[in-house]
Structure formats: structure tokens, C-alpha cells
Design a binder for this molecule. Structure first.
Ligand code: F6R
Length: 274
């Protein structure tokens, strides 16, 4: 499907689409997800998606629900794995990503509950590492992720892979694991928790290695507050300090979808290598 108002170009081998506004970003992302589902169903009879939470993809899920309600899209043969979950947290806590996914998607489409996976915020801490390893084994047993949907934090995180000082080689190998949230992540999560002090400071996250292994990766960014980090991740050097820059290592399978505001820092590159 083509979009007259979309502009697209390649940077460092990654496809960058710039849409007029955040709604167009989300509609485009929903189309890519639907196309990935159809392609996987045609090839293997099942589709495996990696999903994100946060404010950016809400309209993506609303659109997928609309398509389902219109009879155009079924999740009957779709399996999903979410990027992350606070730790510890009950799945029934309205701030959990399990309940976010139930509100926005799982409770509104025909996905089989046992195929909608999130990391479990109730697993006892001594078993967290084994649970994370098991999550990766499930993804592998399902044949890997056909498409991973990502947002980007203001600090450049993907999932809850936070900025760090490790080498690029080490960052690229990061597995699914229990992590401490970065101060910027906690500040941004304050809107969901009432205050920064109330934000649960740890989380389980899919690892960088698991994300990069997906067959295709779609990363969304909307709003002026993302412009600086988008420019750094797309056009700066690869570094563990900006985890989204690690997507450059698998450039041909990455699509960025940005609104005008988030793309502002790319103005010099926009027409560079179309
Ligand atoms: C959410 C996730 C995070 C968000 C990122 C952007 O599952 O993994 O990396 O994608 O923090 O969040 P929003 O969309 O709220 O700006």
C-alpha cells in the first residue's frame, strides 16, 4: 500500500518513512503488521509478533482492533511476545504491561490467551533468569519473531535495554533479563505511576540480541521530544549509550516510521540518499 503523504529514504541501509503526523505513523505501522501477519500465514500458517507498549503504539492497536472488528484481520493463528514488563508487578495491576495489552489489544481481538506472551512480573527473583531464558526458548520454538514493533525512549532505550557503558559487542549479545530502569525512563513513567518515586524501578526486558534476531523490525517515534535521540540513533555512531543505534547492525531489516516532529533532526539527511 502506498501513501502519497509519506516520504521515505534510506539511511545507512535502514528504511526511514516520515509521515505527516502521529496518527499516520500508527496507521502505517498497523498496515505493516497486518502485511507481516498475512505473509507469515501464507508461508507457514502462523505468525509470530513482538509487541511494544507505551503511548506511541496505542493507535496502532486501535487500528488493528478496527480491522478485526471489520472482519478484515484475525489473530487466531498469531502468537505474540511483548518486549517487557515491570518487576515485580501483578498482571492484574492496571499499570502492568499485561493489563495494558489486555486493554488495548488482547481483550478486543480473537487471539488465543495462551499465545499472548508477556514476561511474568510475579516470578520469584531466584527464578527470574531462568524465566527470561525460557521466554527466549519459547520464541525460538515458535520459529522466531516475524516482526518486532519498537518504540524508543528519550534516552534511546529499546524495550528496557537502557543506555550503558558496555562495548558494542557486549551490547549486541544482551539477553532477556532483569534490569534496573534508567532515571530518564523512571521520569517518563511517572505519568503512569503518579510520581517518579512510585515508579517500579526494575523490569524484565527482551534482550538486544533477541530483538535484533527478529526477521523485520519496525520502530516508531512521534513528537519533538524524540527528535534528538532519533537523529543520534539513526545518524550517529553505534553505541551502547544509545541502544536504538544498535539497530544499525541489522540495517536492511529495520524500518523507522517517524512523524514530522520526530524527524526534525534529520532534515539534512532527508533527501541525501533516496
Ligand atoms: C514499551 C517499551 C519502551 C517504549 C519507549 C517509548 O514496551 O519497550 O521501550 O517503547 O519507552 O515509550 P512511549 O511510546 O510511551 O514514548
Amino acid at each position: 500500500m502506498s501513501h502519497a503523504d509519506d516520504r521515505s529514504f534510506r539511511h545507512g541501509g535502514m528504511l526511514v518513512r516520515v509521515a505527516a503526523d502521529s496518527r499516520s505513523v500508527c496507521l502505517r505501522a498497523a498496515e505493516l503488521i497486518e502485511e507481516a501477519i498475512r505473509r507469515a500465514l501464507a508461508a507457514r500458517g502462523r505468525a509470530v509478533l513482538g509487541l511494544a507498549t507505551g503511548s506511541t503504539p496505542e493507535v496502532v492497536y486501535r487500528r488493528l482492533v478496527e480491522r478485526h472488528e471489520a472482519g478484515a484481520l484475525s489473530f487466531r493463528d498469531v502468537t505474540t511476545y511483548n518486549l517487557d514488563e515491570y518487576y515485580p508487578i501483578s498482571p492484574l495491576d492496571p499499570r502492568s504491561y499485561r493489563s495494558y495489552m489486555h486493554r488495548h489489544l488482547f481483550g478486543r481481538v480473537d487471539i488465543a490467551p495462551h499465545r499472548a506472551h508477556l514476561l511474568d512480573g510475579t516470578v520469584p527473583e531466584p527464578f527470574a533468569a531462568e524465566h527470561a531464558a525460557q521466554f527466549e526458548r519459547w520464541i525460538a520454538a515458535d520459529g522466531g519473531l516475524d516482526l518486532q514493533l519498537l518504540g524508543i525512549g528519550r534516552n534511546g532505550h529499546i524495550g528496557f535495554n537502557e543506555p550503558s557503558e558496555v562495548s558494542i559487542a557486549e551490547a549486541l549479545r544482551l539477553p532477556t533479563r532483569l534490569v534496573e530502569l534508567h532515571p530518564v525512563t523512571r521520569a517518563d513513567a511517572a505519568r503512569d505511576f503518579g510520581s517518579e518515586e512510585s515508579v517500579i524501578p526494575r523490569a524484565l526486558t527482551m534482550g538486544v540480541a533477541t530483538i535484533l534476531a527478529a526477521r523485520s523490525i519496525v520502530i516508531l517515534a512521534t513528537g519533538a521530544h524524540k527528535a534528538e535521540v532519533v537523529a543520534a540513533a539513526l545518524t550517529g555512531p553505534m553505541t551502547a549509550k544509545i541502544p536504538a543505534s544498535l539497530l544499525q547492525s541489522v540495517a536492511p531489516k529495520v524500518t523507522w516510521i517517524l512523524d514530522e516532529a520526530a524527524a526534525r533532526g534529520l532534515s539534512h539527511y532527508r533527501f541525501a540518499d533516496r
